[in-house]
Design a binder for this molecule. Structure first.
Ligand SMILES: [Zn+2]
Length: 237
């Protein structure tokens, strides 16, 4: 087992997680600069505010899925599955808002770019088709403050979408590639659609920082928070 593996241990000051209550505030830090007040893990994208008395902390998705933090809505204390379902809904809406904000920024900065169809498509599917992704990401790359395309999900499940990706020119495929999951990349690479120079194997040391894994469930799919992969080593350290 690698020694550097992060163990998701609770900071001692946290005490009993169930003494903390969600405030239902959620933060989407697309720069991945947030850290978790429970476990200390850094480079977090989504964090959730919890309170105990006057003290508040922002905690990571793993800790949300791991610890029985309390949830109260309209004075009623929710059971754990209901808390998790509610958090899942908040998360999906937050991710949708983040994408909508990104589209709006492109619309404002590049009013001549025809984005109307893309907006309609995104609102309907909460994902982008490969063609729409290429057009939008090209716009995003022109912003003074470029937006990371990985906030979007791109559809490649159907043959039609795979072919659509394959029909994009080299530059467009390279623009969309970073937003694809490793599974999507493997599939498209096996069809010969990988943009030139794209690596499909993991190159740990030189890869760009990835969004926190496991990836959030797709907005369009009802899914529970990811179960936690327990480290296999038996250690109490
Ligand atoms: Zn955490």
């Amino acid at each position: 087992m690698p020694m550097s593996r992060f163990r998701y241990t609770l900071n001692e000051a946290v005490g009993d997680p169930s003494a903390w209550t969600f405030t239902w505030a959620i933060a989407d830090d697309v720069t991945l600069a947030s850290s978790c007040g429970f476990c200390g893990q850094e480079h977090q994208r989504l964090t959730y505010e919890v309170a105990r008395g006057d003290v508040t902390l922002w905690i990571c998705q793993r800790c949300v899925g791991r610890y029985p933090v309390s949830g109260v809505i309209d004075g009623d204390r929710f059971d754990l599955p209901s808390v998790r379902a509610y958090i899942h809904g908040l998360t999906a809406r937050q991710k949708q808002r983040t994408c909508q904000d990104a589209i709006r920024k492109v619309q404002t900065a590049l009013p001549d770019l025809p984005l109307g169809e893309i907006v309609v498509y995104f609102e309907r599917n909460l994902q982008l088709s490969p063609q729409h992704a290429a057009a939008l990401f090209a716009g995003m790359a022109q912003l003074d403050d470029p937006i990371d395309p990985r906030i979007f999900e791109v559809q490649t499940r159907s043959i039609a979408h795979q072919d659509e990706f394959g029909s994009l020119d080299e530059r467009a495929r390279a623009l969309v590639w970073p937003a694809l999951t490793p599974q999507q990349r493997r599939r498209l690479a096996s069809l010969g659609f990988a943009p030139g120079g794209a690596r499909t194997r993991r190159a740990r040391t030189s890869d760009r920082r990835e969004l926190p894994a496991p990836r959030m469930p797709a907005l369009s799919e009802p899914a529970m928070l990811d179960p936690l992969p327990e480290p296999t080593e038996k250690s109490t350290a």
